[in-house]
Write a protein that binds this ligand. Sequence first.
Ligand code: NAD
Length: 354
Amino acid sequence: MSGLAEVPVFEKRLLVTGGAGFIASHVVVSLVKNYPNYLIINLDKLDYCASLKNLETVSEKENYKFIQGDICEPDFIKQLFETEKIDIVLHFAAQTHVDLSFWHALEFTYVNVYGTNVLVAAAHEANVEKFVYVSTDEVYGGSTDEEFDESSPKRPTNPYASSKAAAECFVQSYWERYQFPVVITRSSNVYGPHQYPEKVIPKFISLLQQNRKCCIHGSGLQRRNFLYATDVVEAFLTVLKEGKPGEIYNIGTNFEMSIAQLAKELIHLIKKTSSESEMEHWMDYVKDRPTNDLRYPMNSEKMHNLGWRPKVPWKEGIKKTIEWYKENFHNWKNSEKALEPFPVTEPFAQLSGP
Ligand SMILES: NC(=O)c1ccc[n+]([C@@H]2O[C@H](COP(=O)([O-])OP(=O)(O)OC[C@H]3O[C@@H](n4cnc5c(N)ncnc54)[C@H](O)[C@@H]3O)[C@@H](O)[C@H]2O)c1
């Protein structure tokens, strides 16, 4: 007996960025539980929408490591790849709130484009074996009936979507120039526990749970496709295993509803009413966003061919989500602020960049 503690040797070392946020926290929890031979390193700046409570079930596990840090700091990121010997990257960290992006466009460009470039450059230098960049259906811009596939042109209409599209170009260029194995995903709206209540589903749920009205932007006729968090986790695990280098994958669903319909559905479930006039009482139509795409119909056949399909029915997913927010609305210290119809913000944000 040497008396020295045994240092675990991991088969792979996987870096997840933004793992204290909504989607990536579900991904981290699943990876830590299902891949005990992988070390899962969660890099997160802990911005306002992050919560370490999202990771409570895995925080003490041997194959989990949290590092607080910023993807926009090149020296730190370079060193991270050197010291942690990363094999695979799943890049989720981003500024994600469309409403906020209209007022903070430069900050979105800085984090989403510059930060992604810093990360992919460091990953390339470190010879990482796979780099997954998590993008969005919003890069396609709105459509009424044209169904987007992965070769459809990018026509973003808001600063958030533009920054995600621009970041995709940087990532893709590493494949074109160096055959560096990048994979890009574009997913529909995701819902479920852990989402900061600035986004529409947790916002409407939380407002109704506090006996306040759902604030509907504009006409409420805009339609969105919603995927439950665990289905999206399955999609990322599929892309990790089966995703081909240089490829783009739509992660979508045919399940779609308008924002006004969504409000009615939540009023029905939370306020236990089906009367039109009572429903109207809980709906408050406010001014619209500067631009608000009508629909993002997407074809996800490429993902289906990899063996993935969404499984969780809306009724089941939304019930679990409503239950979760009853107990966890205060997981973020500024949750109340998230319930304003539009972000409460200074008109000219200070840009803390280089
Ligand atoms: N939520 C959706 O419906 C949806 C749909 C399609 C694509 N996406 C994409 O998925 C990813 C995750 O989205 P989400 O809704 O879970 O996000 P989120 O806003 O809940 O979490 C983002 C996380 O990134 C972290 N972060 C922000 N800036 C950082 C920085 N400079 N350095 C390190 N960490 C930083 C935050 O602290 C936070 O934990 C994003 O890239 C988003 O564009 C989201």
